[in-house]
Ligand binder design. Structure first.
Ligand code: SF4
Length: 246
């Protein structure tokens, strides 16, 4: 049996990779998908995590998706928290293409670091999903499904992995970004969004949701604006089957 961990090198997926090592699982491959939209600082985290895993005997692989900017220009629209087509285009389809080559006989088990304690949306996730349609009919395993944040952090601390105060920055900003995420955007990352907004003449974030038009307005709201419900959540949850942000 081989194992493929869908990894964004956030807290949960890195803890899962280390958990797999501690369990003595063999033939484990961690796969990172480059969305072309990561934070400028994120490659450093990815490199560090990959180096540590390789030292532990875990294989690592990278997939290059078409990229957020290309997808937005092609569709002349941004994904949103309601129409989250990015998960399929940037993660799901590239992952499926890759794993069909990597595991043509479909004997690998796919692992994702989702935990029930993460959010209300995930409170019922099962340990296993058999014949997962989003993983080419392979079995999907969530071994950390009962882990609390504290238990997860024990694993990360044991290996000296920095515990992030936010979700993975594999996409930055994510369509599900919250106030702390907007406040962490660098000027260059803000301009990257602004350039795309100008190019397609549409804002990335719905004006109604934030009471602001365009990324500069949203960042201004993040600095000064009033509270806006669930956008304030410290750890927002991304929907979908691809383990975004973990
Ligand atoms: S991390 Fe966010 S922006 Fe990136 S694919 Fe997932 S939901 Fe979309």
């Amino acid at each position: 049996m081989s194992y493929v961990i869908s990894t964004s090198y956030g807290n949960d997926s890195m803890a899962l990779a280390l958990w797999a090592h501690e369990q003595g699982l063999e033939d484990v491959t961690c796969v990172y998908i480059d969305t072309g939209w990561a934070a400028s600082s994120w490659p450093l985290r990815v490199n560090k995590c990959e180096d540590m895993l390789k030292e532990l005997g875990i294989n690592v692989a990278r997939i290059h998706s078409g990229g957020m900017a290309e997808m937005v220009l092609d569709r002349k629209g941004f994904p949103s928290n309601q129409h989250q087509f990015c998960t399929a285009f940037l993660k799901g389809i590239p992952f499926l293409d890759w794993i069909e080559d990597f595991d043509p006989v479909r004997s690998a088990m796919v692992m994702i670091g989702k935990r029930r304690a993460e959010s209300e949306d995930r409170k019922d996730i099962p340990e296993f999903i058999f014949n997962s349609e989003y993983h080419g009919g392979r079995t999907l395993w969530h071994p950390l499904y009962m882990h609390t944040k504290t238990e997860r952090n024990v694993i990360l601390n044991k290996y000296g992995v920095e515990i992030l105060s936010h979700r993975s920055d594999e996409c930055h900003p994510c369509v599900n970004a919250n106030r702390p995420d907007f406040l962490r955007l660098t000027p260059g990352e803000i301009e990257r969004v602004n350039d795309l907004e100008v190019e397609i003449a549409r804002p990335m974030f719905r004006p109604k949701r934030f009471g602001a038009m365009g990324i500069h307005g949203v960042v201004a709201w993040a600095k000064d604006g009033r509270k806006r419900g669930s956008i304030e959540d410290e750890e927002h949850a991304c929907a979908g089957f691809f383990g975004c942000g973990l």
